[in-house]
Design a protein around this ligand. Structure first.
Ligand SMILES: Nc1ncnc2c1ncn2[C@@H]1O[C@H](COP(=O)(O)OP(=O)(O)OP(=O)(O)O)[C@@H](O)[C@H]1O
Length: 666
């Protein structure tokens, strides 16, 4: 009871962390009942109590959370030596405080697994935002109702499963943002979401939600229910949202998707005639297709798109946020002639499958790049593969192509996406690799924010650049005969695995791409040396690395500069950075998502300078790869040797001096 607690000795337990409010209430009551002196004593006592016990109770609660998650190594710094919100609490990674009280937990990508018991957190009175994104937490979705003051909940990219009760969010009147994307949740979308007045972001894509969409009347700034199993009419209140917010469902209809079939109307004579004609034509087409299929039984289809696109397009997933550094004309004159051939595997350690297995698998188009489209296909074994079409390789003969693919198949490095198999036809080649769940660096840098998701933090960005540099160095070592061993390094060709380690893809293709198309398609051919002297060199990939570094630090899309800047001074990202005085780099050049965190900017500026040295237009002055890699390797997450996460404390201080925000500024 609050009043009892007020007069108890400081170490007597009161409801944890209720101290600030209790003190205020108590003080007000006391003013009415007691004389001034006793009130002052009472106030001091209870304030003292707050200072001592709030740290303890915060610690206890968080340590309970830690042990409920089986004490994961990422939280090894959470211990009793310091209190979570003290100035020296650098070890409490992911804990955000204001005024000595926890307001946020940002425990993303920390290898957390098991069940999440949020009930443990219910006695943190200032808790406003929770993020457990990109872990492997499982079991049913926790019940958040007990944390009625929450403003944001981010649980995407975990393994939560099962149904969510309809009333799961009842009474969460402050909730603004809910992100449950890419889990295994099923059943109906909880109807209680419709009664949350402040909800402006709702991300449920990539689950197995079924049934109808509830009547959500809120004005959403971010909304996505794509790739579920929803059916029925989209409520009119959501009809002005983008169609990509709804695609990939079993049978959703109505604006912005196609019209719903109206079952109640009687068909007219004209429509019966039209339907009959369509049915007859379809039957003829099916019979013809059957005959053709029988004749080509052991041949791969000529064009992935021709055979699979209706299904694929229906399932269109994210479109690359990246703009290609290319103009991509189709010079292939793709013919319809079939050639008997099959998928060739370049590694022995991989599950074997045939092209028809891939084509009959459920698939979706990932995006269309310079060369053609890439498709994701799930095999019956559960493995998810990506098939990329190349049309601009038809100058290279079968032997030469096969030899090159075998060479690529021998490459093994933690930062290279391995080639798994290929398919050869004269007019078109397919390269098959694993699907990488976290998508490309481009999507993570530019796409997520527009969807309201958090951007990559600085340690992750640095890790990515270090991995890219290592992957590039490996390619140069293993493929010394290729002038630009990667040749097509850009952020959409850097994929991020589950630990956000980068994997280079589309590498070492210069020898097999038609030279007459290469300058339109490949990044290496956008380099200053090619534009000025018509040649690429051993330092051309260093230029691409430099642009990638600048993109990663500035969050700006390089292709936009190349498109807008033709003939102008700021014709690439490096010229833009150079046009800004160095003393302004922190404010104007570094992306605001990563700048402003005490103790890290020095290292960011060092990386920026390395990026600029890699982008030197004069090849002689440009760093060579070895030197660039060495300099990148030396960089640290922090200007000093402290743990990165201590910067959360300083960031929280900055925040609290600016006033408390509701979430992590996602
Ligand atoms: N193995 C993969 N796993 C996950 N996403 C992938 C994979 N391969 C490609 N992607 C993504 O699919 C999208 C389309 O890729 P694609 O390679 O076709 O085009 P691109 O990289 O944008 O351009 P380019 O054709 O010039 O390489 C991009 O967002 C890319 O990052």
């Amino acid at each position: 009871m609050p009043v009892k607690g007020a007069h108890a000795a400081p170490l007597v337990r009161v409801p944890p962390n209720k101290n600030i409010n209790i003190t205020t209430t108590r003080t007000t009551m006391a003013f009415k009942e007691k004389n001034f002196a006793s009130v002052v004593i009472c106030f001091l006592l209870s304030s003292f109590h707050f200072v001592i016990s709030s740290g303890e109770t915060n610690s206890e609660i968080l340590l309970n959370l830690k042990s409920s998650l089986s004490n994961p190594p990422a939280l090894s710094g959470w211990n009793e030596k310091t209190a979570p919100c003290n100035v020296d609490a650098a070890n409490w990674v992911g804990v955000r405080c204001t005024n000595n009280s926890v307001w946020g937990l940002q425990l993303e990508n920390m290898g957390l697994s098991g069940k999440l018991d949020v009930e443990i957190l219910k006695d943190l009175p200032d808790l406003r935002t929770l993020s457990f994104m990109s872990n492997t937490l499982d079991g049913p979705l926790p019940v958040f109702k007990a944390l009625g003051a929450l403003r944001s909940i981010y649980l995407s990219n975990n393994r939560f499963s099962g149904e969510i009760p309809g009333d799961a969010f009842e009474g969460m009147l402050k909730l603004k943002k809910l992100n449950l994307a890419n889990n295994g949740l099923k059943g109906g979308i909880p109807s209680s979401l419709a009664s949350l007045p402040k909800l402006v972001e709702l991300r449920l894509e990539g689950n197995q939600f079924s049934g109808h969409l509830p009547n959500l009347g809120q004005k959403f700034t971010s909304f996505n229910v794509s790739n579920n199993e929803l059916v029925g009419r989209i409520p009119p209140s959501l009809s002005t949202l983008k169609d990509s917010s709804f695609t990939g469902n079993r049978a959703l209809c109505g604006p912005p998707l196609q019209k719903c079939a109206d079952g109640s109307r009687k068909p007219s004579i004209a429509s019966i005639v039209v339907v009959s004609i369509v049915v007859v034509v379809a039957l003829v087409a099916i019979i013809a297709a059957g005959v053709i299929l029988l004749r080509r039984r052991n041949q791969a289809p000529e064009s992935v798109e021709a055979s699979a696109s209706p299904d694929l397009q229906k399932k269109t997933g994210y479109k690359g946020a990246e703009q290609g550094l290319c103009s991509s004309p189709d010079h292939s004159g793709s013919s319809r002639r079939a050639e008997p051939t099959k998928l060739s595997f370049v590694r022995d350690d991989r599950e074997k499958f045939d092209l028809p297995d891939l084509l009959k698998a459920s698939a979706e188009i990932l995006g269309s790049g310079c060369f053609g489209s890439s498709y994701k296909a799930a095999l019956s074994s559960g493995a998810k593969m990506v098939v990329k079409r190349f049309k601009q390789m038809n100058n290279v003969g079968r032997e030469e192509f096969q030899e090159h693919m075998r060479r690529l198949g021998r490459l093994t490095h933690p930062n290279l996406l391995p080639l798994v198999a290929y398919y050869y036809r004269k007019e078109e080649k397919l390269l098959v690799s694993d699907f990488i769940e976290n998508g490309s660096l481009a999507v993570n840098l530019h796409g997520h924010q527009s969807l309201g998701q958090p951007s990559l933090d600085w340690p992750t960005r640095l890790k990515v650049i270090k991995g890219v540099a290592k992957g590039l160095a490996y390619l140069y070592k293993e493929l010394p005969s290729i002038v630009a061993a990667h040749g097509h390094l850009k952020s959409s060709n850097v994929l991020l695995n589950s630990a956000y380690e980068p994997l280079l893809t589309d590498y070492a293709l210069v020898p097999v791409i038609n030279q007459e198309n290469a300058h339109e398609l490949m990044v290496a051919y956008k380099s200053p040396e090619y534009l000025q002297h018509g040649r690429i060199t051993k330092k051309t990939d260093v230029w691409s690395l430099g642009i990638l570094i600048l993109e990663t630090l500035t969050g700006k899309i390089p292709a936009i500069f190349l498109q807008q800047g033709k003939g102008k001074e700021e014709e690439d990202l490096a010229s833009w950075v150079n046009s800004i005085p160095p003393e302004e780099w922190t404010n104007q050049v570094l992306e605001k998502e990563i700048s402003g965190i005490k103790g890290t900017e020095g290292e960011m500026i060092k990386l920026l300078k390395i990026g600029l040295r890699c982008c030197e237009g004069d090849v002689e002055k440009r760093l060579d790869l070895k030197e660039a890699v060495e300099r990148i390797e030396e960089l640290k997450e922090k200007d000093n040797d402290d743990d990165f996460y201590s910067s959360y404390a300083s960031e929280a201080d900055v925040r609290s001096s600016r006033g408390k925000s509701d979430d992590f500024n996602f």
